[in-house]
Design a protein. Sequence first.
Lengths: 318, 128
Amino acid sequence: MESLPCQPNFFEDSGATLKSWHPRLGQTLLRLLLPVVIIAIGAPCFAQEKPYFVTYTHEMEEPGNLEIAMSNVTGKPQSADRFWGTAMELEYGATAWWTTELYLDGVSIPHDSTIFTGYRWENRFYLLSRQHWINPVIYVEFEDINGADKSLREVVGHDGDGDFAGSNAETRQEKKRELELKIILGSNFKGWNVSENFIAEKNLGGGAWEFGYAIAASRPLKLLAGSRKCMFCLDKFAAGVEMYGGLGDRHTFGLHNTSHYFGPVVNWKSPGGMTLSFGPQFGLNDFSVPRLYRFGVSYEINQIFRSMSFFRSQREGQ
Amino acid sequence: MKSRWLVWIWLLPSLLFLLGAAAGEWLTKVPAHEHQKTNPLKDQHEAVQAGQLLFAEHCVSCHGQDAEGKKGRPSLRSSRVQTEATEGDLHWLLVNGSPRRGMPSWSRLPDPQLWQLISYLKSLTPKN
């Protein structure tokens, strides 16, 4: 039986297909995921997330907490089919000044395929001992992805609409092992958060340094928290704007042949501890994808290792 | 053998003293103008209630449901928090955190919410 178009096929790289899954793999996965689900139910946490999709703030993950998030983007390039890019994020607060994060990326193109496109491992370091008017954070990321990746976590160099042409089978042949550095600047003032990122990225296999930027501002719709629990109070919502784009490379630095996006962003923090984000983003020139729609969901697990030891001790006690 | 015991007898209280001093070290770092800040929501019952909800959301995992501290994390009913520290001191600590000691910065919360949290903390019954 031929696999249907759009059928998830994350194991294509290894030559395996969904049909060849080990019959007990589902059970094994369930066993692995069950403790995480139990912990998530047992220790909900209320992430105070900013609604940005590309821009990083200077705020670090709380030490010991694990945030699980799915970030999705869809768009219809001028010369290619609609794509769905997705990134699963596992963010852990190692210390109050060091946050580490693993991304697992995938892409789906209708009438083509759905594939795993690679991983990214990032680390953010808050270098100062106090908060200042502008707070700097150093960001270092290693990514091992292929050319089919369309999670659009950042735009650098001359990334643009033309990069989306080609099937997954063709574009995945291009291997990208890249080092990405960012300087993240962030400020909180009267409820507003303003963040600026300066990005430099280099393919370790060769090529020039590429540059990009991302800026964003947001604010909760109400600054005072409610004195009663409620689902749709204004303080549960945050809204703002985000803009990002490429700045060329070391040889052709500037705005020529670069893509840029701008759009509103909004998020809602549910009483259950889940944060939902949404943002339509608009390409600002012909080099950009005309419209991108981004949506994300995140959930934070409080003190993950303490929760695990609690459940272990409960199980041993039985 | 005797001299080793004497070293320990001298070392242990010194270490305990140093640890105690380090735990309250942040109080000495608060600038004078921050120290003198007062809570604009002081004595407002609603602020205490909202602060209690914020405490449950953000602080319980480390400081415990009853704010008495948990697994090495400090009690918020101690005399240091309840009497020694002014509202301005607590505001400064929440904004800046103490990254080297594991306390994150809560500058991500808007200022009015920090004051609501402080209203709740100051409403707790002190316990030593």
